[in-house]
Design a protein around this ligand. Structure first.
Ligand code: GCO
Ligand code: MN
Ligand code: MN
Length: 388
């Protein structure tokens, strides 16, 4: 029997806001009591997580006095020391307070934009105080319900100006931080700017310090757009920009569900885990999800344990896939090497162009070859269902 218990090497992390979610939704109030940040750290320690991430206001309420802030930090620090949990990532809440009702960095109001910068600098200080090395930016309210209200081009320029300012701030303070931008197509706004990981990847090279900025893709956010999440993750990885990842699950075309990792589309979760393990992704595996509203705190632990367990089961399935002789033989057959054609590929030369133009191709023969993907996919299903 395999051991699916989480270990620190797996770098499984949860946000305070995930296990701390009280189950409120637009139709109903909280169903679980409030727990302090320190209590949530003990809960995460109990289920075997490696780390905990927070928004500034998950830790310190927005109206806390300096004395209250110090006391919360003291309890939180003790809980971290007692459990051995670390804080790999921190972020700013730029969406809950009414001041952000029309965005933060992209608001039309310069007072709001200035406050957003001030709040983020303070939140960065707080994250760094607890050891965070990655700083996430999720533009929760950066968007519109009506495009009569704002210029979409100005929104891009304002986002860029804010990111450039904050990159310089982190460099000035010698924080050694990496920034990870998280895209989401909608919710809470009707439409959000930079709505997909692909948009973020196009935005990053336009910044003054692109080397310190990457992405934090989230399963649910790309599934909301009907996209193949693993493909976006692979593109980010290939670009050297996969700095962090938010794991959860989501039915496409629904409200933002934040389901337990792998609970909805097991096959998509399998290809994702296989990808991350195959490329030896080594940053946090962050679960940005929450327990069903039906659960008490025992159910919250079941939820957290389930996220990690499913990841580890799929990791084992990925190893089985890679070791399967029949699958590997099929893959070798599919990925044919044609020695005669090899010299024609690669960087352009006039000789290669001439050789390619002179080459005869028997389209019917080439197209007539069956690719055996049906067999390959069924073998994958057999592995996933434990039949093989
Ligand atoms: C959401 C987002 C957030 C962010 C978090 C960190 O859909 O609400 O995923 O959970 O990940 O704010 O930036
Ligand atoms: Mn989300
Ligand atoms: Mn997220």
């Amino acid at each position: 029997m395999s051991d699916f218990s989480p270990k620190s090497e797996h770098k499984f992390t949860f946000g305070l806001w995930t296990v701390g979610s009280r189950g409120a939704d637009p139709f109903g109030s909280a169903v679980r009591p409030h727990k302090t940040p320190a209590e949530l750290v003990y809960l995460l320690g109990e289920v075997g997580a490696y780390g905990v991430n927070f928004h500034d206001n998950d830790l310190i309420p927005i109206d806390a006095t300096p004395a209250e802030a110090e006391s919360i930090k003291k309890d939180f620090r003790k809980a971290l020391a007692d459990t051995g949990l670390v804080v790999p990532m921190a972020t700013t809440n730029l969406f809950s307070d009414p001041i952000f009702k029309d965005g933060a960095f992209t608001s039309n109001d310069p007072k709001v934009r200035a406050y957003a910068l001030q709040k983020t600098m303070n939140a960065i200080d707080l994250g760094v105080e607890f050891g965070a090395k990655t700083y996430v930016f999720w533009g929760g309210r950066e968007g519109t319900e009506t495009d009569s209200s704002k210029s979409a081009v100005e929104a891009v320029k304002r986002s860029r100006e804010a990111m450039n300012f904050l990159c310089e701030y982190a460099l000035d303070k010698k924080y050694g931080l990496k920034f990870a931008l998280e895209a989401k197509p909608n919710e809470p706004r009707g439409d959000m700017y930079n709505p997909t990981t692909g948009h973020m990847l196009a935005f990053i090279p336009t910044l003054d310090h692109p080397e310190m900025v990457g992405v934090n893709p989230e399963v649910a956010h790309e599934h909301m757009s009907g996209l193949n999440f693993m493909h976006g993750v692979a593109q980010a990885w290939e670009a050297g920009k996969l700095f962090h990842i938010d794991l959860n699950d989501q039915y496409p075309g629904r409200y933002d569900q934040d389901l337990r990792f792998g609970s909805r589309d097991l096959k998509a979760a399998f290809y994702l885990v296989k990808f991350l393990e195959d490329v030896k992704y080594d940053s946090s595996r962050h679960f940005d999800a929450h327990a069903y509203r039906t659960e008490d705190f025992e159910g919250v632990k079941d939820f957290a344990r389930g996220c990690m367990r499913t990841y580890l089961i799929l990791k084992e399935k990925a190893a089985q896939f890679n070791a399967d002789a029949e699958i590997q033989a099929l893959l070798a057959e599919i990925n044919t090497v044609d020695g005669a054609l090899a010299p024609m590929f690669g960087k352009y030369t006039p000789e290669k162009a001439a050789a390619l133009k002179a080459q005869a191709f028997d389209r019917a023969v080439i197209a007539g070859r069956g690719l055996k993907y049906e067999r390959l996919d069924q073998l994958t299903i057999d592995i996933l269902t434990g039949t093989r």
